[in-house]
Design a binder for this molecule. Structure first.
Ligand code: ZN
Ligand code: ZN
Length: 345
């Protein structure tokens, strides 16, 4: 099959012929229909704690069609079923797996990050049946590939203390920040203030219903002042969706007393913040990662009903022969939101 293969830091992904994945007894093979390019893939390919070994195939935001069914699953699945999958295969027997939260399974194999299972920048991908959810009728392959980033934001929201009617602040309008705006609108947020450096991303945030956009380069104290002056309220929750050193410290500086900071950004570099800023305002700092199976199910349901319409998030569609160039340009450009690969196009 064709796949985009990571070799080493500094080399573009190369499109190669690689062996097709083999289906285990409790697994499925999906023909990948759409796969999103994620900021963590871009980041991992540039070295650091997330750097994968040579030969890795990225891709953890995918939808696909069932083309092979494990021997223990013949009664439950049919060839041609449309599906999305959490990008991981758990042991299936521990408490985390049994409660639909395989991310924390001690023997989980993660997909598309260089350990465990090869990802979906490929024609085929291997998934665990337990982690796989059928796509309802009326939800297309592209929306299927957006389920993963939407579920990241949903999980972050579920981890927070947000309640309907609250004001919130989102720091960073990348795909996760944009997904969060959609969930917050659905969940009855009052003012959704977004700080962002890129003009294109700020416009996207506005399109999805941000109440107020502020230039992310403003001093955190000025951001806090503007939020109060222009919304008349103070955010109960601040969602950090950037994942870069210094951002948590800025969040502390802009947070009102007794608010909560939920960090969804993935930062693998050393960071520092001044605890004093949190102490003096009794701030709660929390981290959130990934999602549960139920987050995927709920996201698919909201896509099926039309309550979520993330179509404008898709800013570019590429085929295999355009993937490497798109991947390279995304490392520096902040113009795009979601770029989708169609391996069969
Ligand atoms: Zn992702
Ligand atoms: Zn497990």
């Amino acid at each position: 099959m064709r796949a985009a293969v990571f070799d080493k830091v500094g080399s573009p992904l190369s499109i190669e012929a690689v062996a097709e994945p083999a289906c285990g007894p409790n697994e499925l093979i999906l023909a990948v229909r759409q796969c999103g390019i994620c900021g963590t893939d871009l980041h991992a390919s540039q070295g650091g704690l997330m750097e994968p070994p040579p030969g890795t195939i990225f891709g953890h935001e995918f939808s696909g069609e069932v083309v092979d069914i494990g021997s223990d699953l013949k009664a439950d699945w049919q060839i041609g079923d449309a599906a999305v999958s959490l990008p991981m295969i758990g042991c299936g027997t521990c408490n985390y797996c049994l409660s639909g939260n395989p991310f924390f399974c001690l023997s989980v194999q993660k997909t598309g990050v260089g350990q465990g299972v090869q990802g979906a920048y490929a024609e085929f991908v291997r998934v665990g049946a337990r982690e796989t959810v059928r796509i309802p009728r009326g939800v297309d392959w592209e929306f299927g590939a957006l389920v993963e980033p939407l579920a990241v934001a949903l999980h972050g929201l579920n981890m927070s203390r947000f309640a309907p009617g609250d004001d919130v602040l989102i720091v960073g309008a990348g795909p996760v920040g944009i997904a969060l705006i959609q969930w917050l609108r659905l969940s009855g947020a009052r003012n959704i203030v977004v700080t962002e450096l890129s003009k294109q991303r700020a416009q996207m945030a506005e399109r999805f219903g941000a109440s107020l956009l502020l230039d992310g380069s403003l001093h955190p104290k000025e951001i806090a002042r503007r939020v109060l002056a222009e919304t008349g309220g103070a955010p109960a929750c601040i969602f950090e969706c950037v994942g870069a050193p210094g951002v948590i410290d800025s969040c502390f500086a802009m947070a009102p007393p007794h608010s909560e900071i939920v960090s969804l950004g993935v930062c693998d570099r050393k960071d520092h913040f001044r605890p004093f800023l949190g102490t003096m305002k009794e701030i709660t700092l929390k981290f959130a990662v990934a999602y549960l199976r139920s987050d995927f199910e709920h996201t698919l349901h909201m896509l099926e009903t039309g309550a979520l319409n993330p179509a404008p998030m898709i800013t570019q569609r590429v085929k295999f022969d355009q993937l490497s160039a798109a991947f390279e340009s995304l490392k520096t450009s902040k113009q795009d939101c979601k770029v989708l690969l169609c391996p069969g196009c």
